[in-house]
Design a protein around this ligand. Structure first.
Ligand SMILES: Cc1cc2nc3c(=O)[nH]c(=O)nc-3n(C[C@H](O)[C@H](O)[C@H](O)COP(=O)(O)OP(=O)(O)OC[C@H]3O[C@@H](n4cnc5c(N)ncnc54)[C@H](O)[C@@H]3O)c2cc1C
Length: 444
């Protein structure tokens, strides 16, 4: 157990792995580019509270609340919204900065060391192995590098091609650009749903969303788009929503920047000799809404378990593959099936989405997009045949749309067979062959 484990970036999954490994006596150091006080964002997040116990952590003393059900609006806002099914007792709300404080406190008490204010620049490669990281303060060598640097991780980007890991996530709809700001609440009333999500299209038919959550003393405003955008768009979108919902005040209290969230399937391979990716670097998010805190915490614990089970401490592609298997089987394949449905997004237009909402093809029970639990695959597999037929009948009023949806249906069938042939035992050849098929299905 004298081996040295490096966690690159203080991502949630990296901290979960670090905590579990240090608790068992491993030598773990986290290298983070930000100063400790600057970690996190200026807002709070909902996530599945069961993820803390999955990561071996007690529940934080405060913050367990029932989720606020989301009302989803079609581009034509006169169509009645669809409501997320009841998920009470399911989620917890915590300020992002408090999540970090909580995780770091537990990591420290388990013996994890932290080096803040130190950017990781790339992986260090020796032969066919990652043997450490290059940082702004010099090279650091270790036996395993856990990459928790998020979407644009320089560690992942510098991996040798030999690893077979997808490096650039640059296809359409791989990423959601998100602006989020907490604004002062104007005293004006809004009798509608507390948490509203508006699906909308640009003039060029690129899909996007906005959300508005109204609290007693502030409102939470978010814009999500498939491409980067600046201040002009933010102001225009904010003003437009203020004209409909005057409770949105002008004063920004916190947040107010654009960030990137992966909204795509996990890459086919996210482990290699001396390397394991966790969290956003391995796209462990719900592919529509982008929630990934709980999945990252869970994945970190699965990774720690695999590392501990590696008796000879080889930490190579073969032994770390068990982590990928555990993640994909428990969580990743469920989220990947949503990715297939999401692939419909760029081909749908305003009229299609209005039709889906207004005709009854989509129903309240389908609106589970905010969930990040592995069971979200139920969106696809849980629909009863009788209700499916009824919906197909309704959809047949729009044959163009049926054609688009049936393509996704065919891909779901292909995906199911692909997941069934996932190699649970590592051999370079079988993993490579499977990865080619997986990438092919997702158009990589
Ligand atoms: C606006 C917004 C709202 C969201 N809302 C929710 C929500 O409500 N619920 C939910 O579950 N999820 C939400 N998410 C998604 C969630 O933030 C991520 O999925 C989750 O944090 C897992 O990401 P991560 O920890 O792997 O990566 P990140 O959160 O990106 O963390 C990566 C860490 O690595 C550090 N780092 C990056 N590069 C380097 C480098 N070169 N050197 C050293 N350190 C580095 C970063 O500073 C950071 O600390 C939201 C994301 C955004 C942007």
């Amino acid at each position: 157990m004298g081996k040295r484990i490096i966690v690159a970036g203080a991502g949630h999954g990296g901290l979960s792995a670090a905590y579990n490994l240090a608790k068992k006596g491993y030598d773990v150091t986290v290298y983070e580019k930000h100063k400790e006080k600057d970690l996190g964002y200026g807002w709070g997040d909902f996530f599945d509270m069961k993820a803390f116990s999955a990561a071996g952590l007690p529940l934080p003393p405060k913050g367990v609340v029932d989720r606020i059900p989301i009302a989803y609006y079609a581009p034509d806002v006169t169509i009645p919204p669809l409501y997320e099914p009841d998920q009470t007792g399911f989620e917890m709300f915590m300020q992002r900065k408090d999540i970090y404080k909580y995780l770091i406190k537990h990591c420290r008490s388990a013996g994890v060391k932290f080096v803040f204010d130190t950017p990781v620049l790339s992986a260090l490669i020796l032969g066919d192995r990652v043997c450490g990281i290059k940082t702004g303060d010099g090279d650091v060598y270790g036996d395993l590098v856990i990459d928790a640097c998020g979407y644009d991780s320089p560690v992942r980007l510098s991996l040798p091609d030999y690893f077979g890991t997808e490096k650039l996530y640059d296809k359409e709809a791989d990423c959601l650009y998100v602006y989020r700001g907490i604004y002062e609440r104007d005293s004006k009333k809004d009798d509608g749903a507390q948490y509203k999500v508006f699906l909308e299209f640009d003039e060029n038919e690129s899909v996007g969303m906005r959300w508005l959550i109204t609290y007693d003393d502030h409102v939470d405003f978010l814009i999500g788009k498939l491409y980067d955008f600046g201040e002009e768009t933010i102001n225009e979108k904010l003003k437009d929503l203020q004209s409909r919902y005057p409770q949105i005040g002008d004063k920004l209290i916190s947040g107010g920047q654009v960030n990137k969230i992966p909204i795509r399937q996990s890459p086919a391979i996210f482990v290699g000799n001396g390397y394991a990716g966790v969290g956003d670097t391995a796209c462990m998010t719900m592919p529509v809404m982008g929630s990934g805190i709980a999945t990252s915490l869970r994945a970190g614990a699965l990774l720690a378990k695999t590392v501990m089970a590696d008796d000879e401490e080889r930490f190579n592609a073969e032994t770390l593959w068990k982590y990928e298997v555990a993640y994909m089987k428990n969580i990743g394949f469920g989220l990947g099936s949503i990715s297939i449905v999401k692939a419909l997004i760029p081909v749908l237009n305003t009229d299609d989405v209005n039709f889906l909402f207004g005709s009854g093809v989509l129903r309240d029970e389908d609106m589970t997009f905010s969930s990040e639990d592995g069971s979200v695959g139920a969106l696809i597999s849980g629909v009863k045949i009788s209700t499916l037929l009824e919906r197909v009948k309704k959809a047949s009023a729009n044959m163009e749309l049926v054609k688009k949806i049936s393509n996704a249906g065919i891909n779901i069938i292909k995906y199911k067979s692909l997941t069934a042939s996932f190699p649970t035992r590592y051999s370079r050849q079988s993993v490579k062959k499977w990865a080619e098929k997986y990438n092919d299905l997702f158009g990589r």
